[in-house]
Design a protein around this ligand. Structure first.
Ligand code: ZN
Length: 111
């Protein structure tokens, strides 16, 4: 088998070092020992390992797009306001309960 036509043969264009291209690395960029990066060609025949390109980053980008959208910001501000209101009500309720207990305790002391 001719090494040049072997799709699994990878040669660093910077230092000429030969690597064994694995299907796992196809279409990716790897670091050579010489410090340069090698673009690994995708496997021929359209066979590509199904690995979505960095889903976390695209998710982050979507989130950033959402955040830069003024409508989303307004919606978020609205939600934060509602959450604050709920928290306030909860705290107020807790205080009222404590106050009731205090009053009960005091009235029992008075007897
Ligand atoms: Zn190299």
């Amino acid at each position: 088998m001719n090494a040049k036509s072997d799709p699994l043969q990878l040669t660093c264009p910077h230092c000429g070092r030969d690597y064994r291209n694995s299907a796992r690395l196809a279409g990716k960029r790897v670091n050579c020992t010489c410090g340069q990066q090698i673009d690994v060609p995708p496997l021929p025949g359209g066979i590509t390992i199904v690995s979505r390109p960095n889903p976390p980053r695209s998710l982050l980008r979507r989130l950033r797009d959402d955040l830069s959208d003024p409508g989303t910001m307004a919606r978020m501000a609205c939600w934060i306001g509602i959450l604050n209101l709920i928290a306030l009500l909860l705290i107020a309720g807790l205080w009222e309960m404590r106050l009731h207990r205090l009053v009960e305790g005091l009235s029992q002391l008075g007897r």
